[in-house]
Every structure is written in C-alpha cells, then in structure tokens.
Design a protein around this ligand. Structure first.
Ligand code: SAM
Length: 222
C-alpha cells in the first residue's frame, strides 16, 4: 500500500485520474450536455464551468442548505442549472448576464431543464442591476463568475447582502496562473485583490478549492 508524501500537493493534474472520476461520478447528464452543445451552435464562448466544476457547485450548494442564490455571470445557464439543482424544489436563483444573446440561450436552458419558474435572469451590467434585488436580501449563496475586474466589488456586494453563514464562491480564482506572478493585467490584479480580501478581510472564513481554475469559497462570519 503506497503511503502519502509528507509534503502533500494542492489539487491533482493527472488526466488518468480525471477520466476515472468522470466515469465514476458521471458529472454531466443529458440536460447539461444539451446546454453545452446548443451553446456551441448559438456561438457562445466555451467558458462555462467544466463538468466537474458544475457537479461540485451542485454538491456545495446542497451541503450549504442554501435556498436563495445569486449568480453573477449566467452565460448559457450551465452553472445556473447546477446551482438550481443544489437549491432544490423550494429554491430560487437570481442570475445576472450582460449579453442579450447569452441571456436568451440561458432562458431556453432553464426552460428545458424544467427550472424556469425558479429563476430570473437580469440582463445588463450586474454592477447596476444587482441593486434591484437588494430588498430581498439576505441571500444564502452568491456565485461570482463574470467580468474579472468586477470581482472585488461583487465580493463587497456579497459581504453586505449574504446572511451570516452564507456562502460566496468565486470562479477562476487562480487567474489562469496569474495570481502567483508579480504584476498582471487589470483582471488578474482584481482577482488577486478579491482573494486577498476574501482570505483576510475579516468578513469571511475562506479557502481555495483547487479545481483546474481555482474556486475560492468563503463563509460569511459577520
Ligand atoms: C465565464 S462566463 C459565465 C459562465 C457561467 N457561470 C457558466 O459556468 O455557465 C461569464 C459571463 O459573464 C458575463 N458578463 C461579463 N461582464 C458582465 C457584467 N458586467 N455583468 C453581467 N454579466 C457579465 C459574460 O457575458 C459571460 O456570459
């Protein structure tokens, strides 16, 4: 029986393990596959969460017991469907998307997934439209996956509008490797600021889940 090394890695990059896990945990079902394929046909960029990221989202949302969630960055609805599955039948998702085409494709996705009654898409810049749901706060969970320069402001919004014990999740938190480098372009610098503030700003207890692109996760303390 092999033993664990004393210095343990952070995440894994073994394609054989990834294929094995895909076989065993089957992260993408027919609904999610159809959304991915329709997104390609509609000309959406291939920037949705990966298969395992989607399943991880669903399981994290389920584990948190969240019922109301906010998503910033809808694209074609892949992550939204995963979040809604985690929220369960009483759940509701407010999701924000800048591009009209993406919002239209996502609306179709939520319909095909049988979830249209549990979601509202707000089309336009999230920084402006988030105000429209503030009267419904506090929310249980907020998933941030839109323009990277907006991440620090979205985190501040989450800190103000989540319940204590609520969860914030930030995708692409490794900044495609850029966060570990000295100086990056504005989007990378914003992701660095987001991580720094999440980790030590005093509002959240946080960690980094070492998915391929990094999923930062914090639980609101105060
Ligand atoms: C990475 S994609 C989201 C992927 C989606 N969460 C998924 O996994 O299925 C980022 C999305 O954010 C949208 N976006 C960019 N800037 C935005 C803004 N200021 N407000 C709202 N949405 C924005 C983009 O149009 C794009 O559809």
């Amino acid at each position: 029986m092999p033993t664990s090394p004393e210095e343990k890695g952070f995440g894994q990059a073994d394609p054989a393990l990834t294929r094995w896990a895909e076989r065993v945990f089957a992260p993408e079902d027919a609904v999610l596959r159809e959304i991915r394929e329709r997104g390609v046909r509609e000309g959406l960029p291939a920037i949705a969460v990966g298969r395992f990221d989607g399943l991880l989202l669903e399981v994290l949302v389920r584990a948190s017991g969240a019922v109301t969630a906010v998503e910033i960055g809808t694209l074609g609805g892949t992550s939204g469907v995963c979040i809604l599955r985690g929220l369960g039948p009483r759940g509701f998702l407010h999701t924000f998307e800048f591009e009209p085409l993406h919002a239209r494709v996502a609306q179709e996705s939520f319909g095909k997934a049988g979830l249209a009654a549990q979601v509202r898409i707000y089309q336009g810049p999230a920084g402006e439209r988030l105000k429209e749901i503030e009267s419904k706060a506090p929310f249980d969970l907020c998933f941030i996956d839109a323009d990277k320069t907006g991440y620090p402001a979205y985190l501040d919004w989450a800190a103000e509008h989540l319940k204590v014990g609520g969860v914030v999740l930030g995708d692409n938190a490794f900044g495609w490797g850029g966060v570990a480098k000295e100086a990056g372009e504005p989007g990378i610098e914003a992701i660095k600021q987001f991580n720094q503030r999440l980790a030590s700003g005093g509002r959240f207890r946080a960690t980094m889940i070492p998915t391929a692109e990094g999923l930062a996760m914090g639980v609101k303390l105060r």
